[in-house]
Design a protein around this ligand. Structure first.
Ligand code: ZN
Length: 428
């Protein structure tokens, strides 16, 4: 199967030197695997924890002894069923770091890589899956993964702070009814190997939201980012796709060139900053919850550059151009057993987030009247930058409505509802 990768925001696949100049195939495969685990678990099937010595699969001579994810992506004793051939060029787009200031901490943005030429990459099925994985099933699963990630997910590292929005393009990447049948046929063939452990990412605990940007507000948005960029800490040159290096004289010029050459604006930190602040106001003394939702900000400068947020349940992309319009996405994994660890119900967190994202105030908010008069999006970007749909910023998923921009799988009644929602997400 042939496909191109269009990077909508930079991809971070940092190597051992913590620099990132090319796209590492293993990092992309790792992301595909992660999303497949999420989907498999989300529909009630078992996917092992590949990071755990005790809970990951080991092939014992019978393919039914390993989980459906390992059967395709491999595990001890059983090789990955495909090879990924990356032919496309990816380019580092600037030297040094962009630093965006928060209240007490900063976010560091090293370049990452973006796609430049139009070569095709290939998934090559190298090994048979035997009777347990037909070519059709294999093809459908890859397609579903590529489409899902293109439309809702992210790949690589540092996704919490804006990296990793990609569009996989190719004539084969269109998902239809048969593909879902193939996926579930495949999953149904596997006998269960156990219970998914509680602390693994799973689709039915995830929410996804996307927002369109008014294209005539881009200058205004750049102005807002500009105010937060550290005066002494922004790249002094930018590379164009053809390899020429252009000197940068000031930080606004840098932001405009990112927009003009690479079609994104580094807005993630601004949204995160406001979100963190609102979560702090809402659950004043619950620091653990805040760190879980928004990540723990590293105070140590060196660590902050390498790993700015550690784990964060909520991911916020930069603003990017889809080819048709400007948008950004926010998604997150809010576990159902949240209350056990943080003393707050999942529902409460989701309701609060949806209110915020819809520009509304929480009834029990501790905000002053002056602050209350500004909605969430106005506080970040100013007026009318984020587009409304029928008067709202958030339209929740419903199965007889096409215009929705947010879905919480945790809110869906049962497996059939989740399947229906999943299909409608991918079939557009
Ligand atoms: Zn496994």
């Amino acid at each position: 199967m042939e496909f191109k990768i269009e990077t909508l925001t930079p991809i971070w696949t940092g190597d051992v030197n913590r620099t990132c100049k090319t796209l590492r195939e293993t990092s992309l495969v790792g992301s595909l695997r992660w999303w497949f685990e999420v989907i498999v678990r989300g529909f009630g099937y078992y996917a092992c924890d590949p990071t755990s010595e005790n809970n990951r699969c080991k092939y014992d001579g019978n393919v039914n002894s390993i989980c459906p994810v390992c059967q395709i992506f491999g595990c001890t004793g059983w090789s990955r069923r495909f090879r990924l051939e990356v032919n496309q060029n990816f380019r580092k787009i600037y030297e040094g770091n962009l630093r965006i200031k928060g209240e007490n901490n900063s976010w560091y943005y090293p370049s990452g890589v973006m796609s430049c030429n139009g070569e095709y990459n290939r998934f090559i099925k190298t090994l048979s899956g035997g009777e347990y994985l037909t070519d059709e099933e294999y093809g459908s699963i890859i397609k579903i993964l590529l489409k899902f990630i293109s439309d809702y997910g992210m790949v690589g590292g540092k996704t919490a702070i804006g990296y990793g929005v990609v569009k996989f393009e190719g004539k084969d990447i269109k998902v239809d009814k048969e593909d879902f049948e193939n996926l579930f046929n495949y999953l149904n063939k596997k006998k269960s190997h156990g219970k998914n452990s509680n602390n693994m990412p799973i689709l039915d605990e995830m929410f996804f939201a996307k927002f369109k940007i008014n294209s005539n507000s881009l200058d205004k948005i750049i102005e807002k980012v500009y105010e937060c960029v550290d005066d002494n800490y922004f790249p002094k040159s930018i590379y164009k796709c053809n390899g020429t290096e252009e000197k940068i004289n000031n930080k606004k010029e840098f932001l405009k060139k990112l927009r003009d050459y690479y079609s994104f604006i580094p807005t993630s930190a601004l949204i995160r900053k406001e979100l963190r602040k609102r979560i702090k106001e809402k659950w004043i003394n619950n620091t653990k919850l805040r760190h879980f939702l928004m990540g723990y900000m590293q105070k140590n400068k060196k660590l902050a550059q390498e790993d700015p947020t550690r784990f964060s349940a909520i991911q916020v992309s930069h603003i990017y151009n889809t080819g048709e319009h400007w948008e950004f996405r926010i998604w997150g994994w809010i576990p159902k057993n949240l209350d056990k660890k943080f003393d707050v119900q999942r529902e409460e967190v989701i309701d609060f987030l949806m209110l915020l994202l819809n520009n509304q105030e929480d009834d029990n908010s501790n905000r002053s009247n002056e602050e209350m008069s500004k909605g969430f999006w106005e506080s970040i970007f100013g007026d009318n930058c984020v587009e409304k749909i029928n008067g709202n910023y958030i339209i929740k998923y419903s199965d007889n409505e096409n215009n929705w921009n947010s879905i919480d799988f945790g809110d869906l009644e049962n497996l059939d509802e989740r399947k229906k929602a999943f299909e409608s997400m991918l079939r557009g």
